[in-house]
Ligand binder design. Structure first.
Ligand code: ADP
Ligand code: MG
Length: 698
């Protein structure tokens, strides 16, 4: 195997390739577009397109696509070939600047939540030059944003880019106030840790629930689950190791900095983490990573499950969004500095995040809400649905000292006034980890842990960026008009701590007592489900904030709320229909066949001796018969409930009906089927068991 540095990024049209293949003038103006958002001249676009095409064709590409992230949550692409007829009857390979910059996919079947009436089928895709083009298979993929002709965003990338711009603008105002002159821009960085399950393809193919919904809808608990905690960081099995090796190679070729991999807590569960990068690039790369994970798995006879809760009673999968703010000069604004002055700036950014998380708990919660993640948040291992923050002991002491005016850890002689020179130097505290907090400070970044494993990270980051931009805007407005900078700063920080300390919790986030305390004493939100939280997207305070920073228009917010709820309803509806189908066409016949065999056995025994009691067979047949009656009744009930769902006209009503009625009816059907699984002979049961699925990869 070649040295990684030899092929890292070999499938990416990155800066190295640009420099080598573009003329100096073209390279310079492209860089200006990438770094400063300068408008791209069509001549430059033509030159870039031509170089991109030559580079891609030399690597075997025949097609190109505008690669985008519609609101379905996955990526979309429409392939066009480079070929163009030449007069001599042959073809030449062509790709113009116009084709690079703008595409017009027939967008009528992507969700728009009413933004684009279906007769106006055209949306357009626009090149995002800050995220490098890459080759996948035989196709040159060009990362793009996707909008309607009216300019409304129809994708996840556009609002993400807008939120990054909003945050940049406000953070720059703060930096200027602190006398930072050299910085040109502030960007957010993200390192998403991705959890997933691997099972064998052979078993996957036997489970309609996994195929249609990505999770098991039935399945009795295996005799062994995760109770021994022997999987976490355990030795990686050879087949999984081979998978990870190939996955890494594929990701490296695409310039994705896959760095760590290990087994997770649940059997068959693993994690992959890349090195962090700028948020929009991290978002594109995470989408690509999820896609490649599945593709590579199929080459190994495996299936990669990205669902948040593939198995009931077993840890679900999340995605930890490690987030920080950095200047173009390489300074991490969430890193405590060496001097009191730097620390004052650090504390202000820290407070901006504290205020943002408290003020916009609802937006953070709903940014990760899906039918799948609802099964995970609040379950045994996952962070609760209540948003709170962990800061660690040291920072906590600093904040407390500032709030109360008492000495910091008894060391400072004078009270902690942010007169900048009195603020003590404190170390960054990386040892103190709290893995149960939904939003934890981990030394120089925040780790937002509520994201589901299949979520696009765009959603969480656009809300986080916008909310922090709002805090910074309020601070900048005040500081710019302040007569005495230092005392205003001190007072603002003190007030933020006082007003928002309710969001800070350093204890065990999984504890029931905490949820009670959070809701009853602190008044924090506990929106357990998607229907509970999603409508808050349209609360006036949220609309004002998001439109104020130009991250969304009001129409876009309405459409998104509608699309997300619709997606929730459709997801559960498919699950309900799959359950009915599995119960009626596989499970009932299986249990019946087994009952028949047992009854026949009793009859055969009695033919030998008519006085035999056959207590085992009689008892079992009665039990199986009760179970089949129960399954048939509950499947019928679920069908009825699903039918009555169709009568509810609005999506909010539908989602509430699903939350209150459909999910419970599904649970009822599941429990009786799982009971049947435990008394039916294994060879009759139509599906691989939890034990087979979880311990099947060797
Ligand atoms: P863990 O949280 O498991 O202890 P690490 O602290 O090494 O692991 O980092 C986890 C993820 O956080 C990685 O993707 C890493 O690149 C990312 N990360 C590290 N520093 C930063 C930062 N300043 N900003 C954003 N992400 C970061
Ligand atoms: Mg982590």
């Amino acid at each position: 195997m070649q040295d990684v540095s030899g092929y890292f990024g070999s499938m990416v049209f990155d800066d190295r390739v640009m420099k080598a293949s573009l003329s100096a003038g073209v390279y310079r103006s492209l860089r200006k577009t990438i770094d400063q958002g300068a408008k791209l001249d069509i001549g430059v676009a033509n030159a870039v397109a031509s170089a991109m095409k030559d580079w891609a064709v030399a690597r075997g590409a025949t097609h190109y696509t505008h690669w985008f992230q519609p609101l379905t949550g996955i990526t979309a692409e429409k392939h066009d070939s480079f070929i163009s007829p030449s007069p001599d009857g042959g073809v030449i390979m062509e790709f113009s600047g116009k084709e690079l910059i703008k595409g017009e996919p027939d967008a009528s079947s992507f969700p728009s939540g009413g933004l684009r009436a279906t007769f106006e089928a055209r949306g357009y895709t626009a090149w995002d030059p800050t995220s490098y083009a890459f080759i996948k298979g035989k196709t040159l993929c060009i990362p793009t944003a996707f909008c309607s002709y009216g300019g409304e965003a129809l994708d996840k990338k556009t609002p993400l880019l807008r939120s990054m711009e909003a945050l940049n603008k406000q953070a720059m105002r703060i930096l200027r106030l602190f006398g930072n002159k050299g910085v040109k821009c502030v960007r957010t960085c993200v390192g998403p840790e991705q959890e997933y399950f691997l099972i064998t393809k052979e078993m996957y193919d036997k489970r309609p629930d996994l195929k249609f919904t990505g999770r098991t809808l039935f399945g009795a608990k295996p005799p062994k689950g995760q109770e021994m905690d022997d999987h976490y960081f355990g030795v990686i099995k050879p087949r999984v190791a081979a998978y990870m090796e190939e996955l890494n190679e594929e990701l490296w070729k695409l310039g994705i900095l896959a760095k760590t991999e290990h087994n997770e807590v649940a059997p068959a569960q693993h994690e992959l983490a890349p090195i962090y990068t700028t948020t929009n690039i991290a978002t594109d790369q995470n989408q690509l990573t999820m896609e490649i994970m599945q593709k590579v798995a199929s080459r190994h006879g495996l299936v990669c499950l990205l669902h948040e809760k593939p198995f009931a009673g077993v840890n679900g999968s999340g995605k930890h969004n490690n987030w920080s703010l950095a200047t173009d000069t390489g300074v991490n604004l969430l890193s405590p500095g060496d001097t009191p002055y730097e620390n004052a700036q650090f504390l202000l950014f820290l407070c901006a995040v504290i205020k943002a998380v408290d003020d916009y708990q609802d937006l953070l919660r709903l940014s990760v809400a899906t039918a799948g993640n609802d099964h995970r948040l609040g379950a045994n291992e996952a962070p609760p649905a209540v948003v709170s923050m962990f800061l660690g002991e040291e920072l906590n002491d600093v904040l407390e000292a500032i709030e109360t005016g008492k000495p910091y850890r008894g060391t400072a002689k004078t009270q902690m006034k942010l007169g900048v020179d009195v603020l003590p130097k404190f170390n960054r505290d990386t040892t103190d980890r709290n893995r149960t907090s939904p939003f934890a400070f981990t030394g120089n970044k925040f780790e937002f842990r509520m994201l589901g494993s299949s979520n696009s990270i765009a959603c969480a980051n656009m809300m986080l960026n916008s909310a922090v931009a709002e805090s910074l805007k309020i601070y900048a407005d005040r500081l710019e008009g302040a007569e005495d900078f230092e005392s205003t700063l001190h007072e603002m920080i003190r007030k933020t701590i006082k007003d928002h300390k309710k969001i800070i919790f350093n204890g065990n986030g999984y504890d029931e007592a905490w949820i009670k305390e959070a809701v009853e004493n602190r008044g924090l939100l506990n929106d357990r489900t998607t229907p509970d939280c999603m409508p808050h997207l349209l609360d006036q305070k949220n609309v004002d904030m998001l439109t104020g920073h130009k991250v969304f228009s009001e129409a876009e917010l309405k459409s998104r709320c509608e699309i997300m709820l619709d997606n929730y309803c459709k997801t559960v509806l498919i699950e309900a229909n799959t359950m009915v189908d599995m119960a009626k066409t596989d499970i009932l016949p299986a249990v019946e066949a087994y009952a028949y065999e047992v009854a026949r056995t009793a009859a055969a025994k009695r033919a030998v001796d008519e006085n035999l009691a056959c207590r085992y067979e009689s008892g079992l047949v009665r039990k199986l018969s009760e179970l089949t009656d129960g399954i048939a009744e509950r499947a019928g009930k679920l069908e009825e409930v699903v039918a009555s769902l169709q009568e509810i006209g609005d999506v909010i009503g539908q989602s509430e009906f699903i939350r209150d009625v459909v999910l419970n009816t599904m649970e009822d059907l599941r429990s009786v089927c799982d009971e049947a699984e435990q008394v039916t002979a294994k060879k009759y049961w139509p599906y691989p068991s939890y034990g087979d699925l979880l311990f099947g990869v060797r």
